[in-house]
Design a protein around this ligand. Structure first.
Ligand SMILES: NC(=O)C1=CN([C@@H]2O[C@H](COP(=O)(O)OP(=O)(O)OC[C@H]3O[C@@H](n4cnc5c(N)ncnc54)[C@H](O)[C@@H]3O)[C@@H](O)[C@H]2O)[C@@H](O)CC1
Ligand SMILES: Nc1ncnc2c1ncn2[C@@H]1O[C@H](COP(=O)(O)OP(=O)(O)O)[C@@H](O)[C@H]1O
Ligand SMILES: [K+]
Length: 493
């Protein structure tokens, strides 16, 4: 499991550690890790040209000390000061190691092999200041590798928001702990490949992180495994209320996901039973309404539902309910809040905006705040889909889960239907809503990568990024392979 902590928690942990260490020891640890990462990226340090963008705080200090280490190994290092002051001891170390202050910043940047962004770290507020913008643009245009120190300057460490301009890094070397902004878009997209340098904060950070990202082994522990005593009812029956005369395909895709989610049986309820059976004869079908369909351990309602009634009926049941798509539009918030059984809402940004009474851009700019707000307001677990998928629990203080798998190719019609079927099936198999949602998103994203890379039936581990367009159906068909990848352990998301 990867965890991320808020700035106030990182600062408190650093303060506790610093009290036990000699002056400057923590910054030296950070700078050593940073310099080693830069050396790795450069390949050959001797003769490399390195430019440090140095702000007025300790983030600039880290860059200066790392620059000093690279200068001692033969790199040509020059510093560009962008704040009113610079970290004096850091600058002295750089000069003593043979580094310089750049006489002409733009000329230095034009020749640079590597640029270290030490403008702001966890002390930064708002986007880049205007005077930094042309320098940062020149760094980007030079073709040099841009490495952000702790965080790309200009992004919000706690929320992942980006207000105005920010550094677009190829890599970020972060210290002590991940910060939420490194894992949540839009800021995540500015960070490039993120590397964590251990400076000894372990044990000093709070027990509950702000964010958690599951990895293969975490998901493997959550997935249901049938025992010798299992039968289809004990494994759980998932009821899928989806599709309409206008959108029969949504029913087929939700059932496709549900059949690969570990429940013992899938009961489809709605008008698209014919289309569902033609593709999946193993489905139990019922024309509706849901109340007469028989016992289920969890419901999924909403994909392609149109205005078909049934949401009230399902919300009145005492089983866990996942509400997606049209179901989110039709639900009565008071009925959701009053439910004794768990509810899981799975909106994309537009649906989340409608539920919150705000604009879509607002949700996309502040995903972490939006998902927490929704969970609190509705008293439900919320899975917010999109470029960063987040899962929030309604209880305050529980870490939000951020999904590390997926590919932008998933932004294809119907892939959300597969996700809701899959996640509902995990709910029926007995997973808690937060676990079902995060394991569902993880498998779904992994399946998408497999499908995008080589088609649904390819073998071997999932590659890092998708390569070709995919269809929602292919995502569903790649789910068993993703499930096996996860259970095989090893790799991460
Ligand atoms: N506290 C510690 O023990 C450690 C801190 N470390 C480094 O120290 C950093 C935090 O240092 P600071 O607290 O000094 O804060 P920063 O260096 O992140 O930034 C603070 C300075 O930047 C200015 N500033 C704020 N917003 C700005 C903006 N938008 N544009 C330009 N300037 C802006 C402020 O006026 C202030 O002078 C961490 O991110 C990390 O890089 C590491 O050395 C590890 C140890
Ligand atoms: N830019 C993106 N990068 C990665 N995944 C995305 C992106 N945009 C959407 N997705 C994912 O694609 C799926 C789309 O679901 P949804 O919006 O409900 O579409 P639909 O209703 O057509 O099925 C979700 O799993 C979502 O997280
Ligand atoms: K920085």
């Amino acid at each position: 499991m990867r965890t991320a902590y808020r700035v106030q928690d990182v600062r408190a942990a650093e303060a506790a550690l610093m009290a036990r260490l000699p002056e400057g020891a923590l910054m030296r640890r950070a700078a050593a890790g940073l310099a080693a990462a830069c050396a790795g990226l450069l390949g050959r340090v001797y003769g490399a040209r390195v430019v440090l963008l140095v702000g007025s705080g300790d983030n600039g200090g880290d860059a200066l000390y790392a620059g000093a280490r690279l200068a001692r190994r033969g790199a040509g290092v020059s510093a560009v000061a962008l704040g009113g002051r610079v970290h004096e001891a850091g600058l002295a170390a750089l000069l003593a190691a043979g580094g310089r202050v750049a006489a002409d910043p733009h000329a230095a940047l034009a020749r640079a092999d590597l640029v270290l962004d030490g403008i702001t770290g966890i002390g930064g507020r708002g986007g880049l200041r205007p005077e930094a913008v042309p320098v940062v643009r020149a760094a980007r245009e030079s073709g040099a590798v841009v490495v952000a120190v702790d965080l790309p300057s200009g992004v919000d460490a706690d929320t992942g928001a980006v207000e105005g301009e920010a550094v677009r890094a190829d890599a970020t070397v972060t210290f002590g702990a991940y910060k939420p902004g490194l894992l949540v878009d839009p800021a995540r997209a500015y960070a490039g490949a993120v590397r964590l340098v251990d400076i000894g904060l372990g044990g000093l950070l709070p027990a509950a992180a702000e964010l958690e990202a599951l990895q293969h082994a975490d998901v493997a522990r959550l997935l249901p495994v049938p025992g010798a005593e299992s039968d289809k009812y004990r494994r759980g029956v998932v009821g899928v209320v989806a599709g309409s005369a206008r959108y029969p395909g949504a029913a087929v895709l939700a059932v496709a996901g549900a059949l690969r989610g570990g429940a013992g049986a899938v009961r489809y309820v709605g008008p698209a039973g014919g289309a569902v059976l033609a593709r999946y004869p193993e489905t139990l079908v019922h024309p509706g309404p849901p109340g007469g369909a028989g016992r289920v351990q969890a419901w999924v309602i909403g994909p392609g539902l149109g205005d078909t009634p049934g949401v009230d009926d399902v919300l009145a049941s005492d089983a866990p309910v996942l509400v997606d798509a049209d179901g989110l539009r039709l639900l009565d918030p008071a009925a959701v809040r009053a439910r004794p059984a768990p509810t899981l809402l799975t909106p994309h940004a537009g649906e989340a905006a409608a539920l919150l009474g705000t604009a879509r851009d607002e949700v996309e700019a502040r995903r972490l705040e939006a998902v927490r707000e929704l969970a609190g307001r509705y008293g439900a677990t919320v899975l917010l889909k999109g470029s960063t998928t987040l899962v929030a629990d309604p209880s305050p203080g529980v870490p939000v889960r951020v999904n590390p798998t997926g590919t932008p190719w998933l932004a294809t019609a119907g892939s959300g239907d597969v996700l809701s079927g899959l996640t509902g099936s995990l709910l029926a198999a007995g997973l808690a809503p937060r676990d079902a949602a995060s394991a569902g998103a993880y498998l779904h994203g992994l399946a998408a990568r497999r499908a995008a890379a080589r088609g649904a039936h390819g073998a071997g581990p999932a590659p890092a990024a998708g390569a070709a367009p995919l269809t929602a159906h292919e995502v569903a068909e790649a789910l068993p392979g993703a499930w096996r990848d996860v259970q095989g352990g090893g790799g991460r998301g």
